[in-house]
Design a protein around this ligand. Sequence first.
Ligand code: PEP
Ligand code: MG
Length: 582
Amino acid sequence: MSFTLHGLAVSQGIAIGHAHLVSHATLEVAHYVLPERFLDEEIERLERALAEVRRELEGLRAAGDAGAPAELLAFIDLHRMLLDDPMLAEPVRALIRERRCNAEWALTQQLEQIVEQFEQFEDEYLRERKADIVQVVERVLKSLMGLPGHPPKHARGENLIIVAHDLSPADTLQFKQLKIGGFVTDLGGATSHTAIVARSLGIPAVVGLHHARELIREDDLVVVDGARGVLIVDPDARVLEEYRLRKSALELERAKLKRLKKARAATLDGVDIELCANIELPGDVTQAKAAGAAGIGLFRTEFLFLGRDGVPHEEEQYAAYRSVAEAMDGRPVVIRTLDIGADKNLRGVERSEANPALGQRAIRYCLAEPQLFLTQLRAILRASHHGRVRLLVPMLAHAHEIEQTLALVEQAKAQLRERGQPFDELIEVGGMIEIPAAALALGVFLKKLDFLSIGTNDLIQYTLAIDRADEAVAHLYDPLHPAVLRLIAHTIHAGTRAGMAVAVCGEMAGDPQLTRLLLGMGLRQFSMHPAQILAVKQEVLRSSLAELRRKVARLLAGDDPLRLRQQLARLNAAQASGVAPN
Ligand code: PEP
Ligand code: MG
């Protein structure tokens, strides 16, 4: 039966394919659909794994009898009980038989269900038993992984639509290798890092669907409309045909944009505009160059730290930063220091803050972990010897944070001098403007730093007090809120007047609907996910700054959101009738 779900449009494009249900944990284990004839064998494999773990636990119990503490023995008993509880194995057998999931995948799905039930217990002791069931399942998984199964028969990557309750940015990053067609999640906001990665991968995605994972079944045919935020399950022939046509039209449009790759990014009145790329990993440079990026305006280095055990050491970081600097061949590369926290966390670092976006994130974390920070600073400085590297610091708000950061940069430089390792002595250090306090008290930034980059994603989050990763407040996330626009305009104006380069590297920079608005505010440097560069360039080529300045000044003076949107629509309509690029 066909039905439609509505969520948040986070990554444009249309994907048509078969649903593949995953949980966070299942991304770590193999997941494939088994041919009917292998089902008995798969259940047999599960039974063998369960028996092996039972034997292991009995062995531990026997060894423990000879003097282990009573608490430990009690835990082993508890684990044996959990292992034998029909609540664990029965539904797993059913998932294998009915949904034809491989055993690891069936087990992790059931684990998710159980964990959810445990989380609802009032009793704290019972709630905490969740950790025990996870440990038991991990033992069984480990055992299963040592027992041969059947590899997936067919790699369906390109047509696979991932359906998940939630995905971390690190999960999304894995899609790069898997060549996923599209993805949808129940949770998530439009500028969550998961959404940002989807956009940079050019994968159509819809988030904030609430019940997608419950309602969709494995292998259902689905259409992801990443522009409208719609998911159509089991579409009828007419709808499917319409989407196939729209998909080809979009592909054609993209192919046309490619002609702009070599065009100079200048306005109709001849002003050059710098269009740079945001990247998450060194490999993204290929896409940035293919889109004709003028440089890397934001390298989100924290992605080197996500989804792995331990943090990358100095040599590994240096190699990564150096490879980007060299690949960009003299073009500027802005390397942002670690922005960990909020929706990006290091594996194994348990965070218990009630409001992680307001907690020890980004520079706050780095200043609290000076050794980790110094290691990264040294690696970035060393890379500066191999290209035009600039260093960018996220989430600054206080003068003392800037001072401490600069002192640590000096310390890192001194360490390298002592080692005799070369770096750019004049490396520029910039600050992100992503907290309203920073935008309103720019003086210290202008005095102490070399450039500014406005992070509109966080600036919006912190100005409007809404968690950018929370779909429940996503409707309040408004880049066009007059307060947001005034903070951006003020930063561009004050920075430029002080002779400082000002860029925007948040998602607003990659939205062609906002290009004219930002140009009219005086912005000359944009940094965005590479997939958007050509669309934004097309808008730049059709714009005349002299005309925009006046109109945007008028737009910024008002407070009425409806009128503001009408003014923006007129601004963009005038652009559409402007001279088209050849
Ligand atoms: C921003 O906040 O706008 C930004 C570019 O940084 P991030 O999205 O990584 O927080
Ligand atoms: Mg930010």
